[in-house]
Structure formats: structure tokens, C-alpha cells
Design a binder for this molecule. Structure first.
Ligand code: ADP
Length: 261
């Protein structure tokens, strides 16, 4: 049976086509905000890449910030549930998931069965989210994917003391004007995100293994800063940004199985 999981985020739309609750046939990440055609493009991409016809999809599950506005899925499920399912499927030893997306950050505790037993969330403040990194990348005229490259070159990370994105923006501009090197600024920016989210992680109670999911997990600068900050190894899988969509597809498979019984 084929199930489709879609994760309609604030910044990107993701889709995962899954066969028999196990084999990933295709996946897609489309940069597009909620309310645009990003979801349809992500779905078209996975239909094409998997060579599966729309009618063959047994169950479609939507998750993410924009799931309520999308008509056409069989189920709508929270991102927390889906990230837990996705991460547990790929990394069953993980007990703490740090998910940093475009506009929020969540830390989830999982039990041995992969069920979420606790979580904390920051959805009030852009600092400690992908938005903070996007704003800073724009100021520094860098693509978001270049941040990790620049951070790796840093000898002396800059100290970004402002906790508010708007003030931190001015701080970065003034440090840039006073000659602080771009790699040091980027390393400081990655550190700032890690510091903020690490405090959320400590509140939920850190249990190893710890993994990062969401788009920001793709930034090795943030992953390394997080590992230093928490004193643990951070598990990372290339599927990190797709964990929610994968979890949605897994949820569809579980539900279909239950209905079929
Ligand atoms: P959402 O689900 O809220 O749309 P995502 O989990 O897709 O968010 O994460 C989006 C964030 O991921 C962006 O704001 C950006 O900071 C970060 N990001 C996206 N692509 C990359 C990349 N190639 N390298 C590093 N960071 C990235």
C-alpha cells in the first residue's frame, strides 16, 4: 500500500511517498510559504519521481502549520506526532528530538516505543528559529546553505548578545561595519540559535540519543554548536527536514492498517 505524507510548513512544503509503511519511494522539499502552490508542487514532484498515479495513493495525511487550510487529505495530524513517528522510524534509539523549523522550535521526549511523552515549544519569538538564520543570511548576502560552510571557517565566533531578532540584526550589521569577519559572525549566529534552543531542551529533560530534525538541522554549524552547548552527540539524518512528512505517511499506513482490520 502507498501512503503520502505532506508537511505544510511556514517556509517549505514537504512530501514523502511511502510504500508499505517502510520504503521511501520519493520525497520533495519545495520552498514556499503557506497558501501558495508549494504543496501541489511537492505532491507533483513525488508523483512523478515515484511513478505512482494519484489514484494509487491509499491514504494522504497532512501535517504542519498549514495543514488545516489544505483540503484533500484523509487525516490532519500535529507536527509533534509526525516528527516523533518519523524520527523513531529512522533512528529508533533517539529519546530527544530537537526540531527547529522556519518559525518555531520544539523539543520532544520520546519513550522506547517512539511515542511522545513530553514536549516544550517556542513559537512566540523568531530568535532560535530558522527565521533568525534566514534574516541573518540575507544581511550577510549568503544563501542559507552557505552558513555551515562559513561557520566552519571561524577561528573566533562573534558574540551576538541580543536575544531579539530585530536587535540582533542591528548588532550583526554594526559588527560587520566594524570589521568582524563573516565566518566569525556566522558562527556566532549559529551559536545564538543553539543557545536558545538548548535552554528549551534542558527544560524538557535531556535524554540520549538526541537528534535534530527540521530544516535548521541541515546546518552543521548549528548542530555542532548544539552538541557543545548540551554536551551530547547530535544524531543527524539527511532526512531531517522530511521527518514530519515521513511521520505523516507512516501515520497514514498505521491508520489504514487499523481500518482494514
Ligand atoms: P517549516 O516546516 O516551518 O517550513 P523547515 O523545517 O522546512 O520549516 O525549516 C525551514 C528552515 O530551514 C529555514 O528557515 C532555513 O533556516 C533552514 N534551511 C532550509 N534549507 C536549508 C539548508 N539547505 N541548509 C541549512 N538550513 C536550511
Amino acid at each position: 500500500m502507498v501512503t503520502l505524507g505532506i508537511d505544510i510548513g511556514s517556509t517549505t512544503s514537504k512530501a514523502v511517498m511511502l510504500k508499505d509503511g517502510n520504503e521511501i519511494l520519493a520525497s520533495s522539499i519545495v520552498i514556499a510559504t503557506v497558501g501558495t502552490d508549494g504543496v501541489s508542487r511537492a505532491i507533483d514532484n513525488v508523483l512523478k519521481d515515484s511513478r505512482i498515479a494519484q489514484e494509487e495513493i491509499g491514504c494522504m495525511v497532512a501535517t504542519g502549520y498549514g495543514r488545516q487550510t489544505y483540503q484533500g487529505s484523509d487525516f490532519q495530524v500535529s507536527e509533534l506526532t509526525c516528527h516523533a513517528l518519523g524520527v523513531h522510524h529512522i533512528c529508533p534509539e533517539v529519546r530527544t528530538v530537537i526540531d527547529i523549523g522556519g518559525q518555531d522550535a520544539k523539543v520532544l521526549s520520546l519513550n522506547e516505543q517512539g511515542r511522545m511523552v513530553n514536549f516544550v515549544m517556542n513559537d512566540k519569538c523568531a530568535a532560535g528559529t530558522g527565521r533568525f538564520l534566514d534574516v541573518m543570511a540575507t544581511i550577510l548576502k549568503l544563501d542559507i546553505s552557505q552558513l555551515e560552510v562559513e561557520a566552519a571557517k571561524s577561528q573566533k565566533p562573534a558574540n551576538i548578545s541580543s536575544t531579539c531578532t530585530v536587535f540582533a540584526e542591528s548588532e550583526v550589521i554594526s559588527q560587520l561595519a566594524s570589521g568582524v569577519e563573516i565566518p566569525d559572525l556566522v558562527a556566532g549566529i549559529c551559536q545564538s540559535v543553539a543557545t536558545r534552543v538548548a535552554s528549551l531542551a534542558r527544560r524538557v529533560g535531556l535524554k540520549e540519543q538526541v537528534c535534530m530534525s527540521g530544516g535548521v538541522a541541515r546546518n552543521a554549524g548549528v548542530r555542532m554548536a548544539m552538541a557543545r552547548e548540551l554536551g551530547v552527540t547530535i544524531v543527524f539524518d539527511p532526512m531531517a527536514q522530511l521527518m514530519g512528512a515521513l511521520g505523516a505517511a507512516l501515520y497514514g499506513f498505521e491508520k489504514s492498517g487499523q481500518q482494514g482490520k
